[in-house]
Design a protein around this ligand. Structure first.
Ligand SMILES: Cc1ncc(COP(=O)(O)O)c(C=O)c1O
Length: 376
C-alpha cells in the first residue's frame, strides 16, 4: 500500500478531482468497506448475514437522518434515481388532461420518464427558470388546476442553481399538487429536510455527494401517501411476513420495503454505509459550510479572470457544490484542464467544477490558475 492509499482521500495525492456532481472518488473508508466485504465473502461466504443486515439497517438510519425523514421505514433502497422517479411516474393514477410541471434545466432522468406519460394523455410542462422574478415563480406560473405533480432537482446539475424547496413545497401543499424532488445534487453536500419542505417523494443515487458507489439510491415516499403508489415489482423481499418462505399468504409490507422486490445490493450497501458514516461523523453542518465556502471561493477567483463568465448564481441560498463558467473555447479549456490533472465536466454550455467539503484550497487555486493561463 502506498502512502497516499493510507490517506482518508487517496486520490488527492494524484489528481485534482472537481467532479463530485458526476461520480465521486471513493474515500479510503469506502474502499476499505468494499475490500473487507469481498475478503469476507471469499473466506466464509454469507455466514455473517445477520451482521450484514445490521449494516443495511445502519444505512437506512443514516440516510433517514441525512434527509430528516421521520423514520428509517420511510427509506427504500433502490437501484438509482431514475428507478425511483419511474416508481412515482408509473405508480400514480393519471387522467387525461393532467399535467406535470418542471424546469427546462433538468437532467434527463427527471424529464424522460414524465414525457413518457404523454401516452396516457399527461402533459409535461417545462418552465424557463429565468422567465420570472424568481425560479420558483417561473414554476408556479406553469401550474393550473390540472397540475398533479411538480418535479424539480433540488440543485440543477449544470448551472448549480439551488431551488427554494420550502417555498415550492408550501405552494404544492396549498394547491393540492404532489411534490417530487430529485435531490442527487444536494444530499451529502448541503442539508435537506424532507419534512420541512413538505416533500412527497425524494430520490438520490449515492455515487455523487454521498461518496458511495453507483447503483444504490434512496427513495423517500411520504408515509401518508405510500399506499397511493401502485406497485409494479413484486417478490419475496417486499412482503410481510419477511423471510418465512413456506407461508403462502402474504401482504405488501407497510414500510418502504414494499419498493424493494428482491435481494438487496449488499456490496453497495456496505460501501454507501461507509460514505454516509463519514459524512455524519464529520457533521453535515461542517460539510455544508465547507462545500459552500469552496463554491464561493471558486466563484470569487473566477470572477477575477477576464474572458471568463460565471454561470452559477452565487447569491445566498442559490448555490450548492456546483460552479459553472464559460469562456470562448470551452472544449479547449476542458482538454487543457484534463491534461493538467484537473478532472471536471463540460455541462450546460460551460465548465463545471464540483469539489467536495474536503477538497484543499490549494487544489482549487491550481485549477483556477489553469483557467487563467488558458484564457490569458
Ligand atoms: C440531477 C440528476 N438526477 C439524476 C442523475 C442520475 O440519475 P441515476 O441515479 O438514475 O443515474 C444525475 C446524474 O448526473 C443528475 O445530475
Amino acid at each position: 500500500m502506498s502512502s497516499s492509499d493510507k490517506q482518508p482521500f487517496p486520490h488527492l495525492a494524484k489528481m485534482i478531482h472537481l467532479n463530485h456532481a458526476a461520480v465521486a472518488p471513493w474515500p479510503a473508508v469506502v474502499r476499505d468497506a468494499v475490500q473487507q466485504f469481498a475478503g469476507e465473502n471469499a473466506r466464509v461466504g454469507s455466514t455473517h448475514y445477520p451482521a450484514w443486515l445490521k449494516v443495511e439497517m445502519q444505512l437506512r438510519k443514516g440516510l433517514a437522518s441525512l434527509i430528516n425523514a421521520a423514520s428509517s421505514d420511510d427509506i427504500a433502497l433502490v437501484k438509482n434515481t431514475s428507478e425511483a422517479l419511474s416508481f412515482v411516474a408509473y405508480g400514480l393514477e393519471w387522467q387525461v388532461g393532467h399535467n406535470i410541471v418542471s424546469s427546462d434545466q433538468e437532467f434527463p432522468s427527471n424529464r424522460i420518464v414524465w414525457e413518457s406519460l404523454e401516452q396516457h394523455g399527461v402533459e409535461f410542462r417545462e418552465a424557463d427558470l429565468s422567465s420570472a422574478s424568481t425560479p420558483e415563480d417561473a414554476l408556479f406560473a406553469k401550474c393550473d388546476q390540472n397540475t398533479r405533480l411538480l418535479t424539480i432537482s433540488s440543485i440543477q446539475y449544470a448551472t448549480g442553481l439551488r431551488m427554494d424547496l420550502e417555498r415550492i413545497g408550501q405552494f404544492c401543499r396549498d394547491n393540492g399538487i404532489l411534490f417530487c424532488v430529485d435531490a442527487i445534487q444536494s444530499i451529502g453536500a448541503v442539508q435537506i429536510d424532507v419534512q420541512a419542505i413538505n416533500a412527497d417523494f425524494v430520490m438520490a443515487d449515492g455515487h455523487k455527494w454521498m461518496l458511495g458507489p453507483e447503483g444504490l439510491a434512496l427513495f423517500y415516499c411520504r408515509p401518508e401517501i405510500r399506499d397511493k403508489l401502485k406497485l409494479s415489482q413484486y417478490g419475496w423481499h417486499m412482503v410481510d411476513p419477511l423471510g418465512n418462505y413456506s407461508v403462502k399468504t402474504w401482504k405488501v409490507a407497510k414500510t418502504s420495503r414494499r419498493f424493494e422486490c428482491g435481494s438487496p445490493n449488499m456490496l453497495a450497501i456496505h460501501a454507501l454505509n461507509a460514505g454516509i458514516k463519514l459524512l455524519l461523523e464529520t457533521g453535515m453542518n461542517e460539510v455544508e459550510a465547507k462545500v459552500l465556502a469552496n463554491s464561493r471561493y471558486l466563484c470569487e477567483r473566477i470572477d477575477e479572470i477576464e474572458g471568463v463568465k460565471r454561470l452559477t448564481n452565487i447569491e445566498a441560498g442559490r448555490y450548492g457544490g456546483i460552479v459553472n463558467f464559460s469562456c470562448k473555447d470551452n472544449d479547449g479549456l476542458f482538454q487543457t484542464l484534463e491534461k493538467q490533472g484537473v478532472f471536471c465536466a463540460l455541462r450546460g454550455g460551460g465548465i463545471r467544477f464540483s469539489p467536495h467539503f474536503y477538497t484543499p484550497k490549494e487544489q482549487l487555486d491550481k485549477a483556477v490558475a489553469v483557467v487563467a493561463k488558458f484564457v490569458a
